[in-house]
Design a binder for this molecule. Structure first.
Ligand code: FES
Ligand SMILES: [Fe+2]
Length: 346
């Protein structure tokens, strides 16, 4: 293997999405005991469903018989039945029954990969194992999701752009006062500044030098052994009701190399009566505004060519963008090296 081959494997891994990560795949309410749910994760089709006790199963969305999507099927007593010829598979990916054929040899065979799943903060996360980390490390969530003082809403959206663009966008606070200049909350502040980048305990913080508390002025990334996420604050005018800033917690799922699914929790630190009034106001008034802002991001990122990085000319404001890319590339490098040495040992 030449250095060039290795470099292109690393680049491809960054593009496809890191392995060894917990990824959010759906809202909890979307995974039911009555109907399977198909998800696309790092180019793999997966199917999720709940058994009778509410436990979530996740296996490859591929019928062991002839490959029909199990997500088109039905749930039978906690297992999943293929719609095509009725084969039934359990949550471990073992064929339980072949109803069309008595004493079929497929019964009892482990045919499909099963994935570890966990549920937290109204969201379902799936672990994509790597050679380095076959077993899932702890999923570390933003502290606001484990706190009684914060309340919020999870919103998700599928974007027709590589997940790298979603992360770059989050590591780029300077786009706020341009792309979102017309919006309710993001129209403030100066349009010129310098950026600075600081290391934090678990990642980094990118912020505007000349202004804070006016707009989307900073963002922070936390990188943990089994997942990463971003957070940022949007200052809110008094008309938005009680509570301080609006905190956005962002995760991105690489669906395949051309699509990602973003998960944003929109949080505020409010308790008691203020909490109820915030939740009401959000639903009644603010949610639509926030969707409009998110749409501006989606449209912009979808309009960018997939290989823009080959021609782009970064400047000082892209410190955060460079940093997140460096983090992804380093992680991809150690994953590829581990895979290569495992392959060499076999
Ligand atoms: S393809 Fe699923 S039962 Fe035949
Ligand atoms: Fe944005």
């Amino acid at each position: 293997m030449t250095d060039i081959d290795k470099k292109s494997l690393i680049e491809a891994r960054v593009n496809e999405g890191l392995r060894g990560q917990w990824y959010p795949v759906a809202k909890s309410v979307e995974i039911k005991a009555t109907r399977p749910y198909g998800a696309m994760v790092l180019g793999e089709k997966l199917v999720l469903w709940r058994d009778g006790k509410g436990k979530i199963n996740c296996i490859e969305d591929f019928c062991p018989h002839r490959g029909a999507p199990l997500s088109y099927g039905e749930i039978h007593e906690g297992n999943i039945g293929c719609r095509y010829h009725g084969v039934i598979v359990d949550g471990e990916g073992v064929v339980v029954r072949v109803p069309a054929m008595p004493d079929c040899a497929l019964e009892g065979r482990k045919a499909l990969t099963a994935y570890q799943v966990t549920e937290a903060a109204d969201c379902v996360f799936v672990y994509v194992p790597s050679v380095l980390q076959p077993e899932a490390p702890e999923l570390v969530l933003p502290k606001e999701l484990n706190s009684d003082d914060w309340t919020g809403f999870l919103c998700t959206s599928v974007w027709g752009a590589n997940y790298r663009y979603a992360l770059d966008n989050l590591a780029d606070p300077m786009h706020g006062c341009y792309l979102h200049a017309e919006s309710f909350t993001l129209a403030y502040g100066s349009k010129q500044d310098l950026m600075k980048l600081d290391k934090t305990e678990a990642g980094f913080r990118i912020e505007r030098v000349g202004q804070s508390g006016e707009n989307f002025d900073w963002s922070e990334f936390e990188v943990h052994p089994g997942n990463m996420f971003c957070f940022l604050d949007i200052p809110y005018p008094p008309a938005a009701g009680p509570g301080g800033v609006f905190r956005i917690l962002g995760f991105a799922l690489p669906m395949d190399t051309r699509r990602c699914k973003v998960f944003f929790w929109r949080m505020r630190q409010v308790t008691g009566l203020a909490r109820e009034s915030f939740r009401f106001l959000y639903r009644a008034r603010m949610e639509a505004t926030h969707w409009a802002v998110l749409e501006q991001d989606r449209v912009m990122l979808e309009g960018m060519p997939d290989d823009a990085r080959r021609r782009e000319m970064l400047y000082q404001h892209d410190l955060g963008v460079s940093r997140i890319r460096q983090i992804l590339t380093r992680a991809a490098k150690s994953q590829i090296e581990a895979e290569l040495s495992q392959a060499a040992a076999e």
